[in-house]
Design a protein around this ligand. Structure first.
Ligand code: ZN
Ligand code: ZN
Ligand code: ZN
Length: 309
């Protein structure tokens, strides 16, 4: 069945219709307890998924530490043909999964510093490779953790999708940070009132407008436009900040998403990662949010900063 990209020009919304994704298996975090259900992301179960695009193996080990492969139930496909500005068109693109640990129970925030460097290496490798593919205009690297965040498999992993267009949100961010002297992210990284915590290279901030209670953004203090070009010290500091952010979010909810906002061929943005804590009801987007795009949040900045700092 073809995968289609549908654009609603009035609402400025893009829908990818990938009906095969409804066949995705649901594997909970508690799979070891049940035992019956095998997890396709566990070490030893590689034959359950498409072949590896990348395996990072540490010195003296036969076991991969991080593994990337094509998504078995992709939202976009390299075999589709995309026609720009057409209301319904083929969903051309690349969709991969990056499994961040061979162990089913290990949590992202508990990975060692050296494991985190392997994870970072995999992010860079897959991001750079997919960016180079002809016809790919924007690459999104993101993580869905927990059922409130849309995860179907309870084993730590991130996803990466290469799209044949630049989405509205990202195009707008390019507009607002292309001029370094007026970059809103440079300003935000220095705004002490918004800073939750910081290290030498990164500020983790509460955004001026948070769509989710306890939302936080990881922003480099310097105007860096591409995370693939981080030096060794920046890489370490970045992954530390990412882990620490996840730890703090988890004080409130175990479910969260993060999304890397990076530059692409056609636009530059001050790189940042947006982290969205996903609390269940009564915090889910409901009638007003879906009908108008106007979001009601019951958490104010003072409350959020108190919990996150
Ligand atoms: Zn697993
Ligand atoms: Zn900037
Ligand atoms: Zn952003």
């Amino acid at each position: 069945m073809a995968i289609e990209i549908q654009t609603d020009k009035i609402k400025k919304v893009v829908v990818i219709v990938a009906s095969a994704r409804s066949k995705r298996p649901i594997v909970s975090k508690k799979v070891k307890v049940k035992k019956k259900q095998a997890c396709p992301f566990d070490f030893g179960n590689e034959e359950m998924t498409p072949s590896s695009r990348l395996e990072i193996v540490t010195f003296n080990s036969k076991k991969w530490e991080v593994r990337a492969m094509e998504n078995k139930f992709p939202a976009v496909s390299p075999f589709e043909k995309y026609v720009p500005n057409k209301e319904h068109t083929g969903a051309f693109g690349v969709h991969e999964v990056i499994v961040e640990t061979p162990s089913h129970s290990e949590q992202f925030e508990d990975l060692t510093a050296s494991q985190m460097q392997s994870v970072f290496e995999a992010y860079v490798n897959r991001f750079a490779e997919i960016s180079k593919i002809k016809g790919i205009k924007y690459v999104s690297l993101f993580k869905n953790h927990g059922q409130n965040a849309g995860a179907s498999i309870g084993h730590e992993h991130s996803q990466i999708i290469g799209l044949p267009f630049v989405p509205e949100i990202n195009a707008s961010e390019f507009q607002h940070s292309k001029n370094k002297s007026q970059c809103i992210y440079c300003k935000l990284a220095k705004e002490k009132a918004n800073v939750i915590f910081e290290n030498k290279f990164f500020s983790v901030v509460y955004p001026d407008v948070a769509r989710f209670g306890f939302e936080c953004w990881i922003v480099p203090k310097k105007h860096k436009i591409n995370f693939c070009l981080f030096g060794t010290k920046e890489r370490t500091a970045f992954m530390e900040a990412l882990q620490e952010t996840v730890c703090r979010v988890k004080r409130k909810t175990s479910d969260y998403n993060f999304s890397f906002h990076n530059s692409c061929k056609d636009g530059e943005v001050h790189f940042h990662v947006e982290v969205y804590p996903r609390q269940g009801a009564p915090h889910v987007w409901a009638g007003l949010e879906l009908g108008t795009g106007v979001i009601i949040s019951s958490i104010d900045k003072t409350t959020a900063l108190k919990m996150l700092r």
